[in-house]
Design a protein around this ligand. Structure first.
Ligand code: ADP
Length: 284
């Protein structure tokens, strides 16, 4: 298909390099608050829900925090936010004259999530797409992100409104794709790769979650969700494999109790080192 045929006639959502474009994609970039300082931004994506995207985002934030970096998490999964629970955050985000202040975890990771703003965290978010996308933009523009070295954006699954808004309005340095072994044989990963290419955002690599279960008694590894195809997929798209995370009752229990920061789960340390090698974007 030619670029003109790809055109959706709405420059705000269209990725075609069409000569009738009224605004360059870069024009949709939003500036963070004047009180914020954010060096690098990485988005964590998955094809569908429940594959452990929020767990991977949290483990990566913990790994970066342990390396001494000031790390933030922007929970863009507005209708299914799970970051506050993983870190056991109970207090609400407060406003100040400068803007909204993120809530800080026990070890100093700064978090913003719709659950930190809702009066009652069990209230469902029943909002239309543009309101949800607008909220995510405000998490970038109206929150005071204090001296952040690494900002991780936990995106909702799929390739809908919110990922599009994030890639158009936030200067994302790269994407990490999380998938389970089952997903790695489907078209889901190719869709995420194609979206990243359309949005011109580099993919840093793949993370396979729930890869295997290691028996605590005999040490035998069982591939509960089938054989891994991560190597084939990584080769097909020339992407590095950043981590393979086992199914671990310790991980799910820590997520449920809000104690993930307290356990030793160094699965994302290699991925954290990969992010260190990505240069900062030029600021205008
Ligand atoms: P997503 O963000 O993709 O919807 P979550 O990170 O919220 O998924 O994970 C979904 C559920 O699966 C959570 O209860 C989490 O604790 C559990 N989970 C994810 N990965 C693992 C794992 N490797 N071992 C054990 N439980 C896991």
């Amino acid at each position: 298909m030619s670029e003109a045929e790809n055109c959706t006639h709405d420059c705000e959502t269209c990725s075609a390099a069409c000569d009738q474009r009224e605004k360059a994609p870069a024009d949709f970039m939003e500036k963070p608050s004047q009180f914020s300082s954010i060096k690098k931004v990485f988005a964590v994506v998955s094809g569908k829900g429940g594959v452990g995207k929020s767990l991977v985002t949290s483990l990566l934030a913990i790994a970066l925090n342990k390396k001494g970096y000031h790390t933030g998490i922007l929970d863009a999964d507005i209708t299914g936010p799970s970051i506050p629970k993983i870190f056991g955050l109970k207090e609400k985000a407060q406003g100040s004259a400068m803007g909204v202040m993120p809530v800080v975890t026990k070890r100093g990771i700064e978090v913003i999530s719709v659950n930190l703003l809702l009066e009652n965290e069990t209230d469902p978010v029943v909002w239309r797409g543009p309101i949800i996308a607008g909220t995510v933009k405000q998490f970038w523009t109206d929150v005071v992100w204090n001296d952040i070295d690494y900002m991780l954006v936990d995106l909702p699954p799929g390739t809908g409104d919110v990922p599009l808004t994030v890639f158009q309005s936030i200067p994302v340095n790269g994407i990490l794709i999380v998938a389970s072994p089952q997903e790695l044989v489907s078209l889901i990963v190719s869709k995420a790769v194609k979206m990243a290419n359309m949005m011109n955002v580099p993919i840093i690599g793949l993370v396979e979650n729930m890869s295997y279960f290691k028996c605590p008694h005999c040490g035998k590894e069982t591939k509960i969700f089938g054989e891994s195809h991560i190597r084939e997929i990584a080769d097909e798209f020339s992407l590095p494999v950043l981590a393979r995370i086992p199914i671990s009752p310790e991980l799910s229990e820590a997520c449920d109790l809000g104690t993930l920061e307290d356990i030793s789960a160094p699965f994302m340390d290699g991925a954290a080192s990969a992010l260190e090698k990505i240069p900062e974007k030029e600021k205008d």
